[in-house]
Design a protein around this ligand. Structure first.
Ligand code: ATP
Ligand code: MG
Length: 456
């Protein structure tokens, strides 16, 4: 009773006109047993102390879609300090938005206080930049306001574990049934407040099989340039989610279709402009999607290395044609591409280091004589470098026989390895030959993939 009353107070129903549509359990079928133990315990504790508490956002959306949520977010009427006081294992985090991480065993749920709708002017203080981008919006509000400041209708659903009701302020449930992604409020204004919502629209549509509503989609192409004003670290978070969603191929294709890739991966355009580059990037994204869907880990550095490889390759070739020695030319091309990318997407140093290792390893796969192949096998990143080589073979950049040779060599016993090596040109002579032909592998196809036994 009290909880219901408080819920109404915090939802703004007693003061404001906005009424949520409340769906009973029978109307949606999501039971509280679908929640994680931590989400359930946290909402129960908050409610027991008289606060409103709901599971909210992506988790409710995904449960309705029949997907297992990655994590659970909770929205509450309690302030961060009040939440902190109720859970021994919790901490307040965030500067832009203050929220509380509650920990139960290894699981963490994020608890945020209902936030108000975005004020553009707040007591004369400027909280938006000249493009309308919101710089600060840590204002507590009602549940209804908390729903309204969210991006899409399907992301603004509240689930009450106690009653197993869904509270829908913006028609998110009917949108979900129609598999429609629709912005809350005026799409252009919402994109100006936070341009990252354009990337989120594409990411959610491609990963959840949704159609972007016409009015929500229309302004994107025109406003794509606003991504230039978004902090690169936020862009990276969204891009990583897109690339690791298991639907990266569709996601990147849709980013290009909406004209958003310029602001995220400016070099991708050039890469995709060339048939070979496009084949390579698509092969890389499809291989990644397959791994993600099989529950295997994916190295972000590998992905970024793949997305930027066509550009590295092109610059490497140009530098070599100008007469530069191949390896320094490769390193120069790598540096240049990394620098050109850096302003857009803040690729963290550790991923950048992985990318360089994967690229730098590529010429070494052409050396199939002497001790060098053995040394390459011991490289800590051999597996990533080799997977990368396979993609180059699959996309037609290199003779598939080269990939097949390495497949055999790494799994062969000692005697077979020695045999695989014997057909090769000696290392000294070979080095001279390669310098003339260039290390890109253009010559590999005509050189053949090693001894006849390696061709299969
Ligand atoms: P995923 O399941 O892929 O994480 P998500 O929708 O949960 O998708 P989060 O970034 O975890 O994405 O955000 C959680 C919720 O916060 C969203 O469902 C949405 O309600 C809200 N939200 C996130 N980003 C924005 C934004 N840029 N503008 C408005 N609301 C946002
Ligand atoms: Mg989420």
């Amino acid at each position: 009773m009290i909880r219901k009353f408080l819920g109404r107070v915090f939802s703004g129903q007693l003061f404001g006109p906005a009424q949520p549509k409340i769906l009973e359990h029978g109307a949606h079928g999501v039971g509280r047993d679908a929640l994680s133990a931590c989400a359930l315990r946290t909402t129960q504790t908050l409610q027991r102390h008289g606060f409103a508490a709901f599971v909210v956002g992506g988790a409710v959306r995904d449960l309705l879609l029949g997907r297992r949520p990655k994590d659970f977010d909770i929205a509450t009427s309690a302030t961060p300090e009040e939440v902190r006081g109720l859970f021994r294992r919790s901490r307040v985090i965030g500067r832009r938005f203050r929220l509380v991480h509650v920990m139960c065993g290894p699981e963490i749920v994020e608890v945020s206080t209902f936030r108000g709708s975005n004020p553009v002017e707040d007591a004369g203080e400027r909280v938006a930049d000249e493009h309308g981008r919101i710089l600060r919006d840590n204002v507590f509000g009602t549940q209804e306001q908390d729903a309204t400041r969210r991006d899409f209708t399907i992301n603004a659903l509240f689930y009450d574990p106690a009653s197993q009701e869904i509270w829908d302020y913006h028609g998110g449930v009917p949108d979900l049934l129609k598999r429609r992604l629709r912005m809350i409020g005026d799409p252009e204004k919402r994109y100006r407040e936070d341009p990252i919502r354009m990337v989120r629209a594409v990411r959610l549509a491609s990963s959840r099989g949704l159609e972007i509503d016409a009015a929500t989609r229309r302004p994107i192409r025109r406003l794509a340039g606003l991504l230039a004003h978004v902090p690169p670290s936020r862009l990276l978070d969204e891009m990583l989610k897109l690339l690791l969603s298991g639907h990266a191929a569709e996601g990147v294709a849709q980013l290009r279709k909406e004209g958003l890739h310029h602001g995220v991966l400016p070099l991708l355009d050039a890469a995709m402009g060339r048939a070979a580059g496009e084949r390579f990037v698509i092969a890389a994204l499809e291989a990644t999607d397959e791994r993600v869907r099989a529950g295997k880990p994916v190295m972000p550095g590998f992905l970024f290395a793949a997305l930027l490889w066509p550009e590295v390759l092109a610059e490497w070739k140009v530098l070599e044609e100008k007469g530069g020695p191949p390896i320094p030319a490769l390193y120069q091309a790598m540096d240049h591409v990394m620098r050109a990318q850096a302003g857009k997407l803040a690729i963290p140093h550790r991923h950048g280091a992985d990318m360089r290792e994967i690229w730098a390893m590529q010429p070494r796969f052409l050396q199939r004589a002497g001790k060098r192949p053995y040394r390459l096998l011991e490289h800590p990143r051999f597996r990533a470098g080799y997977d990368f080589l396979r993609l180059r073979c699959a996309s037609g950049e290199l003779d598939p026989a080269l990939g097949a040779w390495w497949e055999r060599f790494q799994h062969a016993g000692e005697a077979e390895r020695a045999q695989l090596l014997t057909g090769e040109v000696g290392p000294r002579k070979r080095r001279r030959r390669r310098r003339r032909r260039g290390p890109h592998g253009a010559g590999v196809a005509s050189e053949g993939g090693g001894p006849p036994g390696a061709q299969g």
